[in-house]
Write a protein that binds this ligand. Structure first.
Ligand code: ATP
Ligand code: MG
Length: 453
């Protein structure tokens, strides 16, 4: 049975559609069964239902996008009733209900005809509509304002998004000045959609670009969380350096990461040349902010209300970039232990900073013997010793008579360091080192510890 036979015809849109082009047909045929079931339930209830937004755009481009959004004439209350425990009212005041499918969630939004946007953020009031055309007209860019009738296999593209995609143009639906006034976030979204990954960098339509520059004060009103959601996608883009460069030129970077106004053009160029999919967000942020002091970076990232883990990992990566590990096998073993799977990328990134003589942390260039480090690193044997300490506090107390307290904790850490430095696999080896180190003397706070730098 083909998917066409499984699909129910719901209410038809009062809008001229065109037969779906080949890539869309192919995409429709791959849609998951649970989505078809959801579609049919709404269609059977006598409502119109369409797939809409990013998934249509990406299907036409032949780009994978697992996020499938639906819109419908069915009111949110009715959707809740139809889908019962399958439905989660994630944004019901804006008409959005999330429907749990077999393996994924789908967002279903009731068609809207919105009131005014007086605060530049959210519509003052949302009223449910029945016109697909009106719903599409309040979306942001022409290529995001397309919908598909799955059963009839019709594409609705009232603003010629397909043509703009062919010509690689990011164009607002309607008057760009007004659309940026309504919701300042669209300025950031426009930058985000410039970067089409492997398809390269697209172009901003002229009046949209002028609106983005002149309406940027409105970005101050947009919640930081919404701006960050778009900005992190910009940062993760394949062509992020070019987009960031444009944001710096336009001045809009001011509204998310003001420090980046002062990034050196050499560092941004280096980023553009070398960034790849293995660079996670923390690496990208840490690299781009490497010229700034730790305090500046903490302030910059603190303002973004990042998750604690992303914040801490970025600060750590940024800090670690300031130190080239020692070029000895033992130092490199400690470095590897402390950085874990980050270690190879750390060295790669540090190599770039070193060779281009980038000033790090608001101070001088990196010091160390990078070529020797890289040489030693490449011949380092895989770690044999377990990550955990081979001996515990009890064992140390029995051997040394040291009692619980700072001295014991520090000695334990010192022995752990020796274990990693010498890649010791037997307790016996620890015992030998214990007999050689001067643990009876000196200030324990000055004993070697297992950390990097
Ligand atoms: P992605 O696939 O990267 O998620 P997307 O286009 O689906 O891209 P979303 O943020 O998920 O982006 O938004 C879904 C759709 O909602 C968009 O395609 C667009 O039609 C509409 N939309 C989202 N944000 C806005 C906005 N601020 N103003 C107008 N329309 C918007
Ligand atoms: Mg989406």
């Amino acid at each position: 049975m083909t998917i066409t036979q499984q699909l129910d015809f719901g209410r038809e849109a009062a809008l001229a559609g065109t037969p779906c082009p080949e890539p869309l047909i192919r995409w429709i045929e791959t849609l998951p069964v649970d989505l078809i079931e959801i579609h049919n339930k709404i269609a059977e209830s006598g409502h119109g239902v369409w797939v809409v937004g990013g998934c249509v755009r990406d299907a036409l481009l032949g780009v994978l996008n697992g996020d499938i959004d639906l819109c419908s004439t069915c009111t949110p209350e009715k959707v809740m009733e139809l889908f019962k425990e399958q439905a989660i009212p994630t944004g019901i005041e804006f008409g959005t209900v999330t429907i749990k499918g077999e393996n994924q969630h789908y967002e279903l939004t009731t068609l809207r005809s919105e009131g005014m946007y007086r605060d530049g953020r959210r519509p003052d009031q949302v009223t449910w509509g029945t016109s697909l055309e009106e719903d599409l007209s309040r979306r942001d860019f022409t290529f995001n304002s397309m919908a598909v009738d799955l059963a009839r296999r019709l594409l609705y593209d009232p603003f010629n998004g397909t043509k703009d995609m062919e010509e690689h143009i990011v164009r607002a639906v309607g008057d760009p000045m007004q659309r940026c006034d309504e919701d300042g976030l669209r300025i950031f979204r426009a930058y985000r959609f410039l970067d089409r990954g492997q398809l390269g960098l697209w172009n901003l339509e002229g009046t949209l670009h002028r609106a983005m520059q002149s309406k940027q004060p409105i970005l101050a009103k947009v919640a930081i969380e919404r701006k960050w959601t778009e900005f992190r996608k910009i940062m993760m883009g394949r062509n992020a350096a070019e987009v960031l460069n444009l944001m710096i030129e336009d001045g809009t970077i001011q509204h998310i990461m003001p420090s980046l106004r002062f990034i050196s053009s050499e560092l941004l160029a280096l980023f553009g040349k070398h960034v790849n999919d293995s660079w996670l967000l923390k690496h990208r942020l840490g690299f781009l902010l490497v010229e700034f002091s730790r305090a500046e970076v903490k302030r910059t990232l603190g303002d973004l209300k990042l998750s604690k883990s992303l914040l801490n990992e970025t600060i750590r990566f940024h800090r670690n970039l300031g130190t080239i590990p020692g070029a000895h096998t033992s130092s490199l073993r400690v470095f590897r232990y402390c950085l874990g799977e980050d270690a190879p990328l750390h060295l790669e990134i540090q190599g770039l900073l070193y060779h281009e003589s980038v000033k790090v942390h608001g101070q001088g260039v990196l010091e160390g013997n990078m070529s020797e480090v890289k040489h030693k690193w490449s011949s380092l044997d895989p770690q044999q010793t377990p990550n955990e300490s081979l001996v515990n506090g009890h064992w140390i107390m029995m051997r040394t008579g040291v009692e619980k307290g700072v001295r014991l904790g520090r000695l334990k850490n010192w022995l752990h360091r020796l274990q990693i430095e010498h890649d010791i696999t037997e307790v016996n080896g620890i015992e030998q080192h214990l007999s050689r180190i001067p643990w009876q003397h000196g200030d324990p706070l000055k004993w070697p510890q297992l950390h990097f730098p």
